[in-house]
Design a protein around this ligand. Structure first.
Ligand code: SAH
Ligand code: DHB
Ligand code: MG
Length: 221
């Protein structure tokens, strides 16, 4: 099985289980048009986030790393009329593209995109007072994934989920000598999770149109 087959099968799955989706297709097209990198979650992964959020009846979602708002739209569709998605993005231009995509998808009132380095924005959010999240999706600069997890853990309600994307990174997580800072950060995340009683976690390796990667799923106890 080659990367070509992984992509074809992701496309087959999307065709059968997702189908044509005008808002998501438009978001990807506008993101490509604006020159954003094609690193959004794949359609099957986007739907997984959506299903996870619905499974726990999430109403309050935090996303770290908006890009063009593709995963944001999947999450916004899960939280219901009263639900809220807060999404953090360092790049003001990307955030502008995302806001337009999100508005076109009908979620201007559901989603707030905040611009700035996420660690700074998170410090401000923490100072605003208690805001327990039902689900946190960590998908920004991979070196800071452990810090985002550290921030999210006490702010995610028991029974809530934290999902960290891109923890396998072509397998660099398995090699401490790889020199990949993201791989080392993924190892740090796993060291934090080892023996951490406040979460129960697993990591799933994935193949698909984004190559060989994976995600960590954490249930807050
Ligand atoms: N979640 C998106 C993809 C995010 S790609 C999706 O699946 O559709 C990662 C994003 O994180 C990029 O847009 C990048 O600009 C942003 N990013 C990188 N460093 C960041 C930081 N320190 N704070 C906030 N966002 C950051
Ligand atoms: C990158 C970021 C992502 O969120 C992703 O899914 C793949 C790649 C990146 O920064 O290269
Ligand atoms: Mg990602």
């Amino acid at each position: 099985m080659s990367e070509g087959a992984w992509t074809a099968i992701d496309e087959y799955v999307a065709e059968q289980l997702i189908g044509d989706d005008a808002a998501l297709d438009a978001a990807l097209a506008a993101s490509a048009e604006a020159g954003l990198p094609a690193i959004a979650v794949s359609p099957p992964q986007g739907k997984l986030l959506h299903l996870l959020a619905r499974s726990i009846r999430a109403r309050s979602v935090l996303e770290i790393g908006t890009l063009g708002g593709y995963s944001t739209i999947w999450l916004a569709r899960a939280v219901g009329e009263q639900g809220r998605v807060l999404s953090l993005e360092a790049d003001a231009r990307y955030a502008g593209v995302a806001r337009a995509n999100i508005a076109r998808a009908g979620f201007a009132e559901t989603v707030e995109v905040r611009v700035g380095p996420a660690l700074d924005t998170l410090a401000l959010i923490a100072a605003e007072g208690p805001a327990p999240f039902d689900l946190v999706f960590i998908d920004a600069d991979k070196v800071n994934t452990p810090e985002y997890f550290r921030w999210a853990l006490p702010r995610t309600r028991p029974g809530g989920l934290i999902v960290a994307d891109n923890v396998i990174r072509g397998g660099t997580i398995g090699d401490p000598q790889s020199g990949d800072p993201g791989g080392l950060a993924a190892r740090r995340l796993h060291e934090m999770l080892h023996g951490e009683p406040r979460v129960s976690a697993t990591t799933i390796q994935t193949v698909g149109l984004k190559g060989y990667d994976g995600f960590t799923l954490m249930l807050v106890e």
